[in-house]
Design a protein around this ligand. Structure first.
Ligand code: NAD
Length: 510
């Protein structure tokens, strides 16, 4: 008789993935903090919490490591990041699967997150031979003026649950080639992917050899209190914090109080404008992914759709059909496009927003709970909400799949609506009228850090600088010249002559 082995539980699968990624059993069992998978709500591991003393000691070790690492030539530091990219390629399937289990992302998004880590490593390797400073003409004879970029110290990374590993890599790959050490405080909801990522980096460090000092990169586990230990420590000159605006308001002020540098990547409330000349088939596909992908739990998720009155009804009718038919389900059983919310709090927040939308005159399609894996997990049908005006919950970020639809008459009105919220992360326009598109991209157009054309606001590539304005915090990470935030700029004036002229013609003869 044939015996069919039953599929392993998520807990067993998690343990097996963590072991194969190089973790010892003791690091993910028997700790004080339970880790749950949003897929079923079951406990999949328990991890220890970092004490304040341990956090201080770790930061001290990172500082000592920095003092050595800064002296390693930048292209050689790039070699460590190249090895990290190699290790990530090897670990991609396992780490991607772990992202799915711990954060609830569908399989292709879990893998996509690891691909993003690989991409930023490649970018940083090239960068390690650049880190250019300018040379400027001096106003004085026999003088030279130039700038150099030097390492800064330890970079503290605080990350959110929804990109549990990619955000760390944007910071880590750049910080390492820039000559800094790292201390990472991941979300308390996703410690396992963080421990696995640290183990992957440890393997790269081992292959790199003794030039990489002990303590170069570490993880602190716990909640806001552990994060604050990092935020308040003067031995950490840069804090890169990704999460809610509520968190950023606290962290930004505390870091400023000690004159540290904060890179803040906070909440978004992203909009797309659909103009009369838009290709509606393309728009429909982009809106579906932008608003429902990752179950609406991306900082760049499309939350407001601002549609010209001439195409509004046709688009909403088609969208409502897509919303009714979208597959909601477990990311590890089938090929659903929308996975679970992270937890009950997220579900309650979504329901509260929908109630507020109804109270403000909105018409809600969808938004109800879908029973996929019982009481402990929170799956929802994404909600499409027709709103009479941009009021109530529309100006807030609700971290769930809720798309508010608004109607507009003139492009000026549409841009005013787009900009009329406190957040300023990502935005987009759909259309083929070059005048409207360029007006949207101009200084008088979108006020966001990201402005896309004929695509949704989410799904950024690593080559560009990522981040947003206003309550999104103003930070930039990843590509372009975002690396400059991880270094200090030193301006050098060099006199290679025999006289000593002063700048601005000042005379001081002694
Ligand atoms: P959160 O603010 O609850 O937590 C984020 C991180 O901050 C966690 O590690 C948490 O422990 C830590 N933290 C919270 N309070 C702190 C404090 N006072 N001091 C130090 N650390 C503190 O956010 P979340 O629910 O994990 O993530 C969702 C939010 O993150 C959304 O608002 C989303 O838009 C935002 N986000 C922004 C970006 C971006 O790049 N702009 C990217 C991903 C997520």
């Amino acid at each position: 008789m044939l015996q069919t082995a039953s599929a392993p539980s998520l807990r067993e699968e998690t343990a097996s993935l963590l072991r194969s990624l190089g973790l010892h059993e003791t690091s993910f069992t028997g700790g004080g903090r339970e880790v749950r998978s949003p897929i079923t709500g079951e406990v999949i591991a328990s991890v220890p919490e970092t004490t304040a003393d341990e956090a201080r000691a770790t930061i001290g070790r990172a500082h000592e490591a920095f003092l050595k690492w800064r002296a390693v030539p930048a292209p050689r530091r790039g070699e460590l990041v190249r090895l990290l990219g190699e290790e990530l390629r090897t670990a991609k399937a396992d780490l991607g699967r772990l992202v799915t289990i711990e954060a609830g992302k569908v399989i292709s998004e879990g893998l996509g997150e690891v691909q993003e880590m690989i991409d930023i490593c490649d970018f940083a390797v090239g960068l390690s031979r650049q880190l250019y400073g300018l040379t400027m003409p001096s106003e004085r004879a026999d003088h030279r003026l130039q700038e150099q970029w030097h390492p800064l110290g330890t970079v503290g990374v605080i990350s959110a649950f929804n990109f549990p590993v990619a955000v760390w890599s944007w910071n880590a790959a750049l910080a390492l080639v820039c000559g800094n050490a790292l201390v990472w405080k991941p979300s308390e909801k996703t410690p396992l992917t963080a421990l696995a990522t640290q183990a992957i980096l440890d393997r790269a460090i081992q292959r790199f050899g003794p030039d990489a000092p002990e303590g170069l990169s570490s993880v602190l586990l716990g909640d806001a209190a552990v994060g604050e230990a990092l935020v308040d420590d003067a031995r950490v000159p840069v804090i890169s914090a990704t999460g809610s605006t509520r968190m950023g308001r606290i962290v930004g002020q505390r870091v400023a109080a000690r004159f540290g540098r904060a890179i803040l990547e906070l909440g978004g409330n992203n909009a797309s404008i659909v103009t009369p000349s838009a290709d509606l088939d393309l728009t429909l596909r982009a809106v579906a992914f932008g608003a429902m992908g990752t179950a609406g739990q991306r900082c760049t998720t499309l939350r407001r759709l601002i549609v010209h009155e001439s195409v509004h009804d046709a688009l909403v009718e088609r969208l409502a059909r897509v919303y009714r038919g979208i597959s909601v389900g477990s990311p590890v059983a089938g090929d659903a496009l929308v996975g679970p919310l992270i937890d009950r709090t997220a579900f309650d927040g979504m329901q509260k927003a929908l109630e507020a939308a109804r109270a403000a005159g909105g018409t809600v399609h969808g938004g109800e709970r879908v029973d996929v894996n019982g009481e402990g997990s929170f799956y929802v049908r994404p909600a499409l909400v027709e709103m009479p005006a941009q009021t109530g919950p529309v100006v807030e970020e609700t971290f769930a799949p809720v798309l508010y639809v608004l109607k507009y008459r003139t492009l000026e009105d549409a841009i005013a609506l787009q900009n009329g919220v406190p957040q300023g992360l990502s935005s987009s326009i759909f259309g083929t009228d070059i005048r409207e598109i360029e007006a949207f991209l101009s200084a008088a157009g979108s006020d966001c850090g990201i402005a896309n054309v004929n695509m949704g606001p989410s799904g950024a590539e690593i080559g560009g600088a990522f981040g947003g304005e206003k309550e999104t915090g103003g930070g930039r990470e990843s590509g372009s010249d975002a690396w400059k935030a991880y270094m200090r700029r030193q301006t050098n004036a060099i006199n290679y002559g025999r006289s000593m002229p002063l700048a601005q013609g000042v005379k001081f003869d002694v």
